[in-house]
Design a protein around this ligand. Structure first.
Ligand SMILES: [Zn+2]
Length: 210
């Protein structure tokens, strides 16, 4: 896909996420890998009103090549790309239900949300928790690096999810599936849900080549 088209896609998906209440204010950021670097949404920008020409164009040394200054959360994306050579795009949101789960005590740090539905298993799989770090703490990047090689999605404690995909469309669909499953997880608190068994998860992995 050409860079022009990728820029338009970032703005189109950003507006869609914003219109549906998945990001508020200037929170959330989107990035895509290009032939010669990567594109990221600018700092203090709303995903609802992005300008394709003003997106931050970065090289892999962290230099801003063109556009507005990048999101202060650029390092979250960079940490994920460093460990996932097949990732073409990354979406990070403070979406309500996922952020709510990220604030819960007693989470299984290896798997914050149980395998409630096959779609969650197929699009997200196992979702580890990244311990709390203050905004901008560079140690957060290292904490993500430690998990990203094995996980396409991670949940930042008291913050929100970071989800990668081969394409921007697949990353957006995956983070939407995560948000919906987080909502189910919260609705099911105290209801003793039946989660998918190991055998049912193994069947999904075989049939859908996960
Ligand atoms: Zn954030």
């Amino acid at each position: 896909m050409s860079e022009t088209r990728l820029r338009e896609e970032i703005c189109r998906f950003g507006a869609s996420l914003h219109q549906r209440g998945l990001t508020a204010g200037s929170s959330g950021n989107i990035s895509v890998r290009t032939d010669d670097g990567w594109l990221l949404t600018p700092t203090n920008s709303s995903l609802g009103s992005l300008d394709p020409a003003r997106l931050s164009k970065m090289d892999w040394n962290g230099t801003l090549l063109a556009g507005d200054p990048p999101s202060k959360e650029a390092f979250l994306h960079r940490a994920m790309y460093d460990e996932r050579s097949g990732a073409g795009a990354i979406v990070h949101l403070h979406s309500t239900h996922s952020a709510a789960v990220s604030c819960m005590s007693g989470l299984d740090h290896h798997s914050c949300i149980p395998p409630l539905t096959p779609y969650f298993v197929m699009k997200i799989g196992q979702l580890p928790l990244v311990p709390y770090h203050r905004p901008g703490d560079p140690n957060l990047g290292d904490a993500i690096r430690g998990l990203a090689a094995k996980h396409s999605a991670v949940l930042l404690a008291n913050h929100g999810p970071v989800v990668s995909g081969k394409t921007l469309e697949s990353a957006v669909y995956a983070i939407e599936e995560l948000e919906e499953t987080a909502k189910l997880f919260l609705l099911l608190q105290g209801h003793n849900p039946r989660v998918l068994t190991e055998a049912q998860i193994a069947e999904l992995k075989t049939v859908f080549k996960l």
